[in-house]
Design a protein around this ligand. Structure first.
Ligand code: WTA
Length: 652
């Protein structure tokens, strides 16, 4: 490892040692933690589990029947008790759990005592609606305090929640309601988004029309939008909750009982309901939140600046921080609206010490003006984090200098919805971080980069990133589909090795550099979208016969969506049609899925076996000369595709 002095990182691989001042105040500065964890990794995770509140100890820490694991077998706990009650009982009821900031500028502080009461009320109200242990509750809310309240209320009564990102459209919501057979939906009248109001309840109405299982719907008042309440099904959240008692007996959950489902994009058109268990998940997210963010509940103000509808918000916006009695910031709406300085104003006002967000957001901050953060007093910041995509070394360096003032370590954390919590990351007081590298497995975790045959690659080589042993935050299964769980994650390299679907390179020091996905999953502004799901949304339009999407690398959003579309006979490829198609996808799937470019083609490039040649579409999307096209069924198609793409991108 090279030893570059602080603030003068040179070259993509120059490592930045932790600043002395940071190390001096850190609680996790002993490099011995890696060996200690490795010497008895199951025992080490047991030790982490003791930091939670259990009502019955486990009999066995891990039962591994590949590819199915059971963690803390026989143990009992309730996640809401570990996150709320025990802090209140220990005298911290008056501590702020969330500084909430609404998009229009309204603010509200929520203490642990207040949060606990609200959770109790909603939990009782849900029980009153007939929600029993094991029933699923869907949550489709903007970033309002009720989102966190709803998650914890579900945890309290043992009803797995399924949070659906409020930017998703009716079809995406309906698919998720149907697959989970959700009994209740909690939504809002509307959501603020860049000064406009998204009609959430109206979208929910369409979705509920297609989801018979939903028997009741609670509606949070947020935007005073005009909504219709269907008698017998819908009710205002505040009216129902206002009548309920704040005291609610927690359900004694088994460590293995599901805490929640979270749908994520896979390689097929149907989203996967990732199931997370109670004991293992909470252990993993609490331990990693504590270590990786060097978290001190009496010092830090933690800001997980992402939408909580994604796994990052579940693990490091809600469960990890609350288990560790953190004071967090919860911000509604876009971070650069109404002013590009909004994030820095919030950080300044609330004295944020730790900021965790995505490269897409960091790039947008930078694009808004390299020097903007300098106009604010960001001296409270001591640690910065990144998640969701590789962060380019030059973006890393800007984050480090312009936001962190050169004194804050950066933790580039690699993980997935499926892993539940962080897997690879620097430890801020120990690791000499290399800009752009997620570095190494965290203590207690193992990872290996392997070739196609499953053999570990040499240093300097790239391959598939795998996890060759269980970890507590690992998904339990895919909702209702154990077989798909096995096939998707545990078949490529045998049933004892978890295939992440990512590619990575091991450098000469053994540190890991993520290279992107092996499969057809796109990252658009940090959001994970599958090409198959996008294609289904396009083909759903009556004018479309067939569609295939590819990602164009975009300096700001990661991937921009380029859709290749063959129209049905009788439909014209005029600009109005193209505009209509883009809006169709946005309405069905959500604005994040709106294709940047639509290329109308005579036919899609297929091999003689009939499969779409995705590599060629990627070349076209990127504006590269097509590579080897000899496998194409119709080689004459290439010239047409090149021309159509050039024309469409010229129109962009
Ligand atoms: C990618 C988000 C590089 C990766 C927590 C992974 C990353 C997918 C990083 C999971 C990182 C996440 N560096 N790539 N630090 N973090 N990824 O499920 O491709 O939304 O497989 O979870 O994001 O996305 P997901």
């Amino acid at each position: 490892m090279s030893h570059a002095p602080l603030g003068s990182v040179d070259g993509a691989r120059g490592a930045v040692p932790p600043p002395q001042e940071f190390v001096a105040r850190s609680r996790y500065a002993d490099p011995g933690v890696y060996d200690e964890a490795e010497a008895d990794w199951v025992g080490w995770w047991e030790h982490q589990a003791h930091a939670l509140a259990w009502t019955r100890p486990w009999d066995e820490p891990l039962a591994w029947d590949p590819p199915f694991a059971r963690w803390f077998v026989g143990g009992r706990l309730n996640a809401s008790v570990s996150c709320l009650d025990r802090h209140v009982e220990a005298g911290h009821g008056g501590q702020v759990a969330y500084h909430w900031v609404g998009e229009p500028g309204d603010r509200r502080d929520l203490t642990y005592a207040e949060l606990a009461k609200q959770v109790g009320r909603l939990a009782n109200a849900l029980r009153g609606l007939g929600v029993a242990r094991g029933d699923r509750v869907a949550i489709y809310l903007p970033m309002v305090p009720e989102l966190v309240v709803a998650m914890l209320a579900c945890a309290r009564i043992g009803a797995p929640h399924s949070v659906v990102y409020a930017g998703f459209g009716a079809q995406a919501l309906a698919d998720r309601l149907v697959d989970a057979e959700a009994k209740v939906l909690i939504t809002a009248d509307g959501a603020h988004r860049r000064g406009e109001v998204l009609p959430l309840k109206r979208v929910a109405d369409v979705a509920m029309g297609a989801a018979e299982s939903v028997r009741a719907c609670l509606v949070v008042r947020r935007t005073n939008s005009d909504v219709r309440l269907m008698p017998g099904r819908d009710a205002w959240y505040d009216e129902v909750v206002g009548q309920a008692s704040p005291t609610c007996e927690p359900e004694a959950m088994d460590a293995e009982d599901p805490l929640f489902l979270l749908y994520t994009s896979g390689t097929t058109g149907t989203p996967k309901g990732i199931v997370h268990r109670t004991g293992g998940y909470l252990t993993h997210v609490a331990a990693t939140h504590r270590m990786v963010f060097d978290h001190d509940p009496d010092r830090d103000v933690f800001w997980c600046a992402v939408n909580f509808g994604w796994i990052t918000g579940h693990s490091y916006g809600v469960y990890g921080p609350l288990a560790n009695r953190a004071t967090s910031v919860l911000a509604e709406g876009a971070l650069d609206h109404p002013s590009p300085d909004r994030a820095w104003r919030i950080a300044e006002l609330d004295g944020v010490t730790t900021l965790y967000t995505t490269p897409a957001i960091i790039r947008a901050f930078r694009a808004a003006g390299e020097d903007r953060p300098a106009a604010h007093d960001l001296s409270s910041l001591r640690l910065l984090g990144s998640v969701g995509e590789p962060i380019e070394p030059e973006v890393w360096r800007w984050y480090h200098e312009a936001v962190g003032g050169g004194r804050c370590p950066i933790v580039d954390t690699w993980w997935q919805a499926e892993t539940g919590g962080m897997m690879l990351s620097p430890l801020p007081a120990i690791t000499e971080a290399k800009p752009g590298s997620a570095m190494r497995p965290l203590p207690g975790i193992e990872a290996s980069v392997v070739d196609d045959e499953g053999a570990a690659v040499e240093r300097g080589q790239a391959g598939h990133l795998t996890v060759p042993r269980p970890w507590p935050g690992m998904l339990q299964t895919i909702w209702g589909d154990d077989e798909r769980y096995r096939r998707t994650y545990w078949s490529r390299f045998g049933d004892e090795v978890y295939a992440t679907g990512d590619r990575a390179r091991v450098d000469d020091d053994g540190d890991l550099w993520l290279l992107g996905r092996d499969d057809e999953v796109l990252k658009v502004a940090g959001h994970r979208l599958s090409s198959a799901e996008l294609e289904a949304a396009i083909v759903d339009h009556r004018a479309v016969a067939e569609a295939a999407v590819a990602g164009r690398a975009d300096p700001l959003v990661g991937h921009a969506i380029v859709a290749f579309v063959r129209l049905r006979p009788g439909y014209d490829a005029d600009p109005a049609r193209v505009a209509q198609l883009r809006e169709h996808v946005a309405a069905r799937f959500g604005a994040i899925a709106r294709p940047e470019t639509i290329v109308v083609v005579d036919d899609l490039p297929k091999t003689r076996a009939g499969t779409i040649m995705r590599r060629l579409l990627e070349d076209l999307a990127e504006g590269r000369a097509p590579g080897d096209t000899s496998a194409l069924d119709d080689p004459d198609l290439v010239a047409h595709l090149v021309e159509a793409t050039a024309e469409a991108t010229g129109r962009r």
